[in-house]
Write a protein that binds this ligand. Structure first.
Ligand SMILES: Nc1nc2c(ncn2[C@@H]2O[C@H](COP(=O)(O)OP(=O)(O)OP(=O)(O)O)[C@@H](O)[C@H]2O)c(=O)[nH]1
Ligand SMILES: [Mg+2]
Length: 327
């Protein structure tokens, strides 16, 4: 049986569990996850090597996690929707993900339309099966399958890692024959410095409430690796003085909490000691500034850095560190 490969776009409403699925399939925390909608802002690739087994060829599936589909009301929102379309474009298979505990609403209808317009083969994934009574499933499936054309309908729990074997078998069967695009030890296209920025944002999503995380962007100013320690300097941009006060906290307590938790995660990711310094800056109305939003795009930043000094994806001896590109 010939090797198979292809690009899979994970598409769906905010909070459906797309990033949780990416992490569950790849087996590492490469995308940040939070209970707050619109956690993911950029498309992220996760590379999944599926071993050959009886009746199933070996395969490489490049999973593309995308931001939640929504109606944008800012430059940031428009950029996020651009990322969704970029993820969908050129994909071999769409995994439309829904929350099985919710009836389809206009957002899900909009996602169905996007799938239809893409003309790409699609699976419907009914996620969060751990939260629903199985009896509610049949009417839900009927609801979706009368509105959309799905090659497979698969109930899963991304959180509990249930139904993923059935999903993998169906994915491999649907992929075209093709080469291995990425080396086997690479798990994502994101360089480590951008994963570091996301780790800080994840801690902000966990610690701060309401509008604050949504009004926050993280930019890595310095990412310097020495044999003993990795030094990381980052700026947290927010929109208002009040948000800055919340992020800094009483006597700097909040910033310290965010910094400590983020540093520990980074140390695990890099397999190295990390010295992390955080700054908070008020950048009024940055979410409405197309220029700002483009400037913080990691692919664009990487292009600029590569133009200055080409960065090779280094492979360190430590297994965890070998799996992400260093930049
Ligand atoms: N109970 C349950 N919760 C889940 C499951 N999958 C994801 N979640 C939770 O749902 C919330 C959202 O998960 P994410 O993976 O961030 O969702 P997302 O679709 O990537 O969200 P956006 O990036 O905002 O579009 C988190 O609190 C997850 O823990 C599941 O199978 N069962
Ligand atoms: Mg996400």
């Amino acid at each position: 049986m010939a090797f198979r490969s292809g690009f899979l776009c994970i598409l769906g409403r905010p909070n459906a569990g797309k990033s949780t699925l990416l992490n569950a399939l790849v087996g590492e925390r490469i995308a940040i996850v939070s209970p707050k909608p619109q956690t993911t802002r950029n498309r992220i690739q996760g590379i999944l090597n599926v071993p050959k087994r009886k009746g199933r060829p070996g395969a490489q599936a490049i999973l593309v996690d995308t931001p939640g589909v929504h109606t944008p009301d800012s430059a940031l929102g428009r950029k996020m929707m651009h990322e969704v379309h970029a993820g969908l474009e050129g994909s071999d298979l769409v995994l439309m993900m829904v929350d099985a505990a919710r009836r389809p609403d206009p957002t899900d209808e909009f996602v169905l339309e996007m799938v239809k317009r893409s003309g790409t083969k699609a699976f419907l994934l009914l996620n969060k099966m751990d939260t629903v009574d199985k009896q509610t499933l049949l009417p839900l499936i009927a609801d979706y399958t009368t509105r959309g054309d799905f090659a497979e309908v698969i109930p899963i729990s991304a959180l509990k890692k249930e139904g993923l074997d059935a999903l993998l078998d169906a994915v491999v069967a649907a992929l075209p024959e093709g080469p291995r695009y990425f080396e086997e030890d690479q798990i994502t296209d994101q360089p480590a410095r951008f994963m570091a920025a996301e780790i800080i944002r994840e801690q902000i999503l966990m610690s701060a409430q309401q509008e604050v995380p949504h009004a926050t962007a993280v930019v890595i100013d310095q990412f310097e690796e020495t044999p003993r320690i990795t030094r990381i300097m980052a700026t947290i941009h927010c929109e208002r003085e009040g948000q800055k006060a919340i992020l800094v906290g009483k006597g700097g307590a909040m910033l310290k909490k965010i910094g400590t938790a983020a540093r520990l995660r980074m140390e695990t990711m890099l397999g190295a000691r990390v010295f992390l310094e955080l700054f908070v800056k008020v950048s009024p109305g940055w979410r409405d500034s197309q220029r700002f939003v483009e400037e913080i795009d990691w692919r664009r930043q990487l292009e600029a850095m590569m133009a200055a000094t080409p960065v090779e994806p280094l492979r360190a001896e430590k297994p965890a560190a070998a799996k992400v590109k260093k930049a």
